[in-house]
Design a protein around this ligand. Sequence first.
Ligand code: UTP
Length: 297
Amino acid sequence: MTLGKTVKKAVIPAAGLGTRFLPATKAMPKEMLPVVDQPAIQYVVEEAVKAGLDDLLMITGRSKRALEDHFDRAPALERTLELKGDLERLEAVQHASSLAPLHYLRQGDPKGLGHAVLCARQHVGDEPFAVLLGDDLIDAQEDLLSIMIDVQAKTGGSVIALIEVDPSQISAYGCADITAVDGEDYFQVNRLVEKPSVDEAPSNLAVIGRYVLHPAVFDVLENTEPGRGGEIQLTDALQTLATTEGEGGGVYGVVFRGRRYDTGDKLSYIKAVISIASERVDFGEELKTWMKEFVNE
Ligand code: UTP
């Protein structure tokens, strides 16, 4: 059992093609879309660092070079800002490159989220690890990942995050059938289905882009055939682990009730921008006043 082992590594899959956001994402990674003045991916990296993860592996691919450049030093730009005396922007630019040691691995052929996670096998080794999807934003005030890491340590299995969605929306997500665990605020996951139709869905609990996984998932992924959409689905591998007993078996769910946005989806992305912008001290109040006027017009 891996009980009590601290999770230190995070895998951040960001190799998807971002087709829902075309043509904006034809030449630019969707993870680089700005949410106010930071690319979406920076919020994800900051969340991982806040949860104590200090070894981050980003899974990238073709047309994703901007991701590496964003977290790298930019000496010419930094010198220019320094000469201008623009220390605030200099600090912002340097902050992105000093967050954590970041490693990069190309997926080659984006064969699905499960395949992206499997690419991380050698880097992760034989220890539990976190997975944060590069286009999923969780409110920075929430401690979801830390809670999930605790549940993993307690159970020794794998942990997923769930949100309640309107039943009509469930076919856009992986869906979980769960039962309560006595005296605990996490749940046992009995069954997972990737993007079920409304009639097939066992619940209205949708899987979102945060996972803390036991390394047993790698062996399962090696043997997972392409599923829905011809992609190797992480959900299918987790379904196998949910029904596996012994070392590395068992999947547990944490229900998240805070704010979360899928920045790969146009409407959700716009909501993320408005929500985060309206909390900014520099122009949040002004924006809210304008929004009220705009809605009333
Ligand atoms: P999505 O399904 O949201 O990504 O995958 P996508 O394929 O880029 O999106 P659309 O549907 O075409 O708009 C969820 C996460 O998994 C990553 C994505 O980058 C995203 O963070 N992913 C997906 C990979 O890293 N590799 C893949 O082969 C597929």
